[in-house]
Design a protein around this ligand. Sequence first.
Ligand SMILES: C[S@@+](CC[C@H](N)C(=O)[O-])C[C@H]1O[C@@H](n2cnc3c(N)ncnc32)[C@H](O)[C@@H]1O
Length: 309
Amino acid sequence: MPPTPPADRPVHVPVLLDAVLERVAPRPGDRCCDATLGAGGYARRLLAACRPSGSLLVCDRDPSACDAARAGDLGVAPDCEIWCGNFAALADHRSAADGFDALVADLGVSSAHVDDPARGFSFLRDGPLDMRMDPRSGRSAADFVARESEDALADLFYELGEEHRSRRVARAIVAARGRSPIETTGALAGIVSRALGGRRGARHPATRVFQALRCAVNREIENLDAFLAALPRLVRPGGRAAVVTYHSLEDRRVKRAFLALERGAAWTVLTRKPVVADLAERRANPRSRSAKLRAILRSEAPNGPGAST
Ligand SMILES: C[S@@+](CC[C@H](N)C(=O)[O-])C[C@H]1O[C@@H](n2cnc3c(N)ncnc32)[C@H](O)[C@@H]1O
């Protein structure tokens, strides 16, 4: 049994955990990598499977996730290597030089981000408008909202959040920031809500705008593209990779990248359709509702065998 983390950490329930492990199928002796450590849910299972002779590299760009792992709070230290970095640059890490047998990436934010108002991700809990996964670098969400032009904000909300009333929201933000700076998640959520006429369905009216800002602040699409482009260096022959996404923009990219690898031969897509959470998981863990899992196998030899679901 993998070790369990202490009970006082925010609870992040891993999404599609069994499905991911089934697709990447780690075995004793394998070289494994969890590119998005988070609360260690996937990492603990990878570690348990590759022991005693295998190895695990865990990566997260959020220093607090790496600190928690180093402190022994996630149940993976001291048996794995911990790297606090961006998975966009994973292929340059020395431990990635020979590639991995099992590589997983579970995109987006963890509960530790969303549940902590001080990180500024949540429109439900007021906090500083930050949203940086790595608070040591880059522009905060408040900076985007303060400095981008009305057109740039509207494009960002439309393209990264699929917010169809993006121009109306951008206009309201520019009007509001002319009166006073928008520095908290509560202030931004209020402005967006009022611009969109308040809550209509189950979803908070600011959901798409917050998603778009988070995506821009953390350069999530650019990082995902770099990670996908590096897969031929990251996955060794016979190895597998699995990626879990939470919105269609990301899923489309993963799907296209995997199909392009398969067309080039030596790779087999293991998921003809994305794997989604079943009803029981969706009920138990709302985060799983938008999750899509895709996986790919690199053959031992070109045109080698592969499975499909
Ligand atoms: C959904 S959580 C992972 C949860 C994990 N699978 C678990 O079961 O506990 C995503 C994590 O990926 C990290 N992350 C997101 N983008 C990243 C990137 N480009 N490079 C490294 N880590 C990233 C976030 O900081 C967050 O901790």
